[in-house]
Design a protein around this ligand. Sequence first.
Ligand SMILES: Nc1ncnc2c1ncn2[C@@H]1O[C@H](COP(=O)(O)OP(=O)(O)OP(=O)(O)O)[C@@H](O)[C@H]1O
Ligand SMILES: Nc1ncnc2c1ncn2[C@@H]1O[C@H](COP(=O)(O)OP(=O)(O)OP(=O)(O)O)[C@@H](O)[C@H]1O
Ligand SMILES: [Mg+2]
Ligand SMILES: [Mg+2]
Lengths: 165, 165, 155, 155
Amino acid sequence: MHLKRLEIHGFKSFADRIDLIFKPGITAIVGPNGSGKSNIADSLRWVMGESNLRNIRGTKYDDVIFSGSDDRKPLGMADVTLVLDNTDQTLPLDYAEVAVTRRVYRSGESEFLINRAPVRLKDIQELFFDTGLGKEAYSVISQGKIDAILSVRPEDRRSIFEEAA
Amino acid sequence: MHLKRLEIHGFKSFADRIDLIFKPGITAIVGPNGSGKSNIADSLRWVMGESNLRNIRGTKYDDVIFSGSDDRKPLGMADVTLVLDNTDQTLPLDYAEVAVTRRVYRSGESEFLINRAPVRLKDIQELFFDTGLGKEAYSVISQGKIDAILSVRPEDRRSIFEEAA
Amino acid sequence: IKKRFIVTFEQIRKEFIDLFEQLFSGGKADLQLADPDLPLESGIEILAQPPGKRLQNLSLLSGGERAMTAIALLFAILRVKPSPFCILDEIDATLDETNVQRFTELLKIFSKELQFIVITHRRGTMEVADVLYGVTMEEKGITKLISLELKKQAS
Amino acid sequence: IKKRFIVTFEQIRKEFIDLFEQLFSGGKADLQLADPDLPLESGIEILAQPPGKRLQNLSLLSGGERAMTAIALLFAILRVKPSPFCILDEIDATLDETNVQRFTELLKIFSKELQFIVITHRRGTMEVADVLYGVTMEEKGITKLISLELKKQAS
Ligand SMILES: Nc1ncnc2c1ncn2[C@@H]1O[C@H](COP(=O)(O)OP(=O)(O)OP(=O)(O)O)[C@@H](O)[C@H]1O
Ligand SMILES: Nc1ncnc2c1ncn2[C@@H]1O[C@H](COP(=O)(O)OP(=O)(O)OP(=O)(O)O)[C@@H](O)[C@H]1O
Ligand SMILES: [Mg+2]
Ligand SMILES: [Mg+2]
């Protein structure tokens, strides 16, 4: 299973839609301070069902919606779609390709889709959890957080190991 | 008032004595990972009277004494001397040059000297505190800690401002 | 449950010891149960000893040494419980040039089995990328994406 | 006491606003008392708005933007309550090349009034040093110091 495509529109600094194509192997993302690199990592966490806003540096739910700039008005919705190659059936779904979409509106309403079928946030979270990308999983290491793997208390560290077991 | 010289012997990785000469302006210290750069910053904090071992990454008092290497035995004492130019009398002492020395032995005994006269740790701390180099002062920013200036809670931040007042 | 935890723990421990030695070109490390008689409740201690140095508390390691130790642990977990993909945001920030090289060698090996998305400022890491994206903000506040050509030399 | 705190707070605030604009080549920032009616008990809020962007919670700023904001605050405090010397350990680690340049310009100006000892891996920061020391560990575990010649161009 691997990532194929990430489509981001209205999420944080992505006022204009961007599309990232991923291949197997190593994809590097570079650019100046504040240009949006970590926002791409945040959008990945968010579309995979992140429910703790602090893990994507937010405090209110609408922090993830483009809030405007000098020349642009705020947008009314954030929309992220992640497309995965599932030919090895790692995800427990009968599709060779799986598209997961998460949307949130300024009103507070949210939408969740798996291959265009409406689902709940919970369904998205369980989908990824079953592939080993759960809460404590090491699939996303945020900026400044690599050292935290060591500073975690021995007891907390244990829960990470238990999850791996 | 400015730093003139720092003599380090037996402190952390300084099994062989080193002497740093400081001039006014900018002194840069460079080198590979783990070579001893932050240890120099630690030795400065320590000789200025740092009493919280965690601020110099230690847990026991003898963490600051050279603990040996593949080819060398541990040493029995850590010794740091800081020499300051005091011609503008910033330090409340009647000397143009002030030398502050701090030693600790494996036995746990400590020695503190100001211009070779034995003093208490408290005297060294007060000497620097009066020049605005006190507890919360911004005279030493440790590795990885620049961001902490922002994450400090608004109430804690206030105590830093109060100190400056 | 207890058996499965101990099996997994031992696997991660073995990989961690091996990966630490690779990343540090020597030295030794270990993972230990704080209380071996109570494996299901005990905390897990990390021991790390860079080459030529004595074993001391993890807190005394340098910034770069801590990052390399954390990378060894992260990759040990990835080897035992593989994730299909892994997103790394500037984990090479505190590494010197030599350590960036060692890190990227490991990254290349692991990238045969799992997909990596790495955010980086470091040339050494960019050089092992198969795909390179540039992120800019020509229009202030708006992120724009550019696909960058990699001048890949024959490897 | 109250008067002195308010005076100092206002001075730091003024310098912070000015230094932020210098470091970001624009934008605006502020320091505010969370509760202006209780100056002696109120917490202090930091507001930072990089050029072209909208004012949002500090947490949403990027790693490099947070470091630049922290540097503006640090230097504001140094200007109001000068310390004779200041030791900075890799505070430029998360800055891109442009921001390293802006940081070093500020460092040069402040270094006329106070002495800086900076630990760094960044070329831009090394280039503004008056004295450069190299630290090595040829013999493992033992730090050795070398004085490095600076190839200073005429400035
Ligand atoms: N809801 C939002 N609307 C508009 N802009 C936002 C929103 N949330 C965050 N941003 C902006 O995104 C920028 C941060 O982007 P990001 O953290 O991705 O930068 P980065 O490329 O990782 O930079 P660095 O190299 O410094 O880590 C900030 O300037 C922030 O103001
Ligand atoms: N008491 C001690 N005896 C011997 N070595 C010690 C002692 N305390 C710390 N060290 C060693 O000093 C090294 C750390 O040095 P330091 O933190 O100064 O590195 P650094 O040059 O700042 O590296 P980086 O660039 O990674 O931050 C560690 O390898 C540690 O083992
Ligand atoms: Mg970032
Ligand atoms: Mg260091």
